[in-house]
Design a protein around this ligand. Structure first.
Ligand code: TXA
Ligand code: MG
Length: 308
């Protein structure tokens, strides 16, 4: 998509129809929400989710928030305690994200959760995001629609300033009402924890102490396989399961054709497979450190780093 022109359409039935067609085609679309503009893609399609990272130039696979139309849809993707359910009922639709254990048969691509056993879920209030959820019929993974390292966009022209030429469509819904990302509260065991303060006040959730920080963007490693991982491997040792890329075939390949976007989409799935298999160790073929390959290598380096 890089180098193509980015269309802006005012929020309305035509924009939503065009956006839903792109979503079903596996493309990301920038869409207003009441917090900030999101870059939305089909959360059940790993290749579509990889395109979010490609467009943002995100240096690491932070897990993404999945947007759904209502609490019933949310409970198909995550497992809600009664406390999590009560907070969601109080604030949804709205600028609250809850992190809960991933449902056992969740259809969400593992790239969305960056391999974590938890999932961040939000029912948005903005009519454009709600219309897109309705028209596409898919759960939508959506980080803020800015290039990595830039501030979050609250207007369509902010989105264009950093993503022009990298995505096909921006839906213009005017200025975001909150202009600040959603409050994130984790219900993944013990007391609720405030992972990110935001528009919704949740007095019963306290920020984790620095020794228990769990917002994955802050962690040195938020996904590591249980087995030792060797990087830049060109052949397998006898105890290894080799994850190939390009010419290096391996036991399974990130992308036989050397497509980095395909490799990004398959990375977490193959690490899970390697962990579950019978070999004691994992090796991974070299991946070029360009474009989204940098994000792949960032995650691989964290996965191979010495464990605490
Ligand atoms: O308001 C918002 O939340 C906007 C709009 C578009 O909905 N989205 C947004 O997404 O701010 P993003 O990707 O910029 O921030 C997502 C945050 C990150 O800090 C990430 O670490 C955290 O959510 N997160 C996602 N999944 C998580 C999980 N399973 N456990 C803990 N934190 C998680
Ligand atoms: Mg962001």
């Amino acid at each position: 998509m890089a180098g193509k022109s980015t269309e802006i359409r005012p929020f309305g039935p035509e924009a939503i129809a065009a956006a839903a067609a792109l979503i079903r085609d596996g493309q990301p679309v920038a869409v207003p929400t009441e917090t900030v503009y999101g870059l939305a893609a089909d959360a059940t399609n790993a290749r579509a989710v990889a395109r979010i990272y490609e467009a943002k130039g995100r240096p690491s696979f932070n897990p993404l928030i999945v947007h759904i139309p209502n609490l019933a849809s949310a409970t198909r993707l995550g497992t809600f305690s009664s406390e999590a359910r009560a907070l969601a009922e109080q604030h949804w639709p709205g600028p609250l994200t809850v992190v809960v254990p991933l449902a056992p048969d969740s259809p969400v691509a593992s790239l969305v959760t960056a391999g974590l056993p938890t999932i961040a879920l939000r029912v948005p209030a903005h009519p454009a995001m709600r219309a897109l959820l309705d028209a596409s019929g898919r759960p939508l993974a959506a980080p803020s629609a800015n290039a990595s390292g830039r501030i979050s966009p609250t207007r369509a022209d902010h989105v264009l300033a950093s993503l022009s030429g990298r995505i096909a469509l921006v839906i213009d819904g005017g200025s975001s009402a909150h202009g600040l990302e959603s409050t994130i509260v984790a219900f993944t065991g013990g007391l609720p924890r405030l992972l990110r303060p935001g528009p919704v006040e949740v007095p019963q959730a306290l920020a984790p102490s620095s020794s228990q920080i769990e917002a994955p963007g802050m962690l040195a490693s938020h996904y590591a396989p249980a087995k030792p991982l060797r990087l830049n491997a060109t052949e397998r040792a006898s105890n290894e399961w080799l994850i190939g890329f390009g010419n290096i075939e391996g036991d399974a390949s990130l992308s036989p054709s050397g497509d980095l976007g395909e490799a990004a989409a398959r990375l977490f799935d193959l690490l899970h497979q390697a962990d579950a298999g019978s070999q004691a160790a994992i090796a991974v073929a070299p991946v070029p450190d360009i474009g989204i390959g940098r994000a792949i290598n960032d995650r691989l380096a964290r996965a191979a780093a010495p464990r605490p």
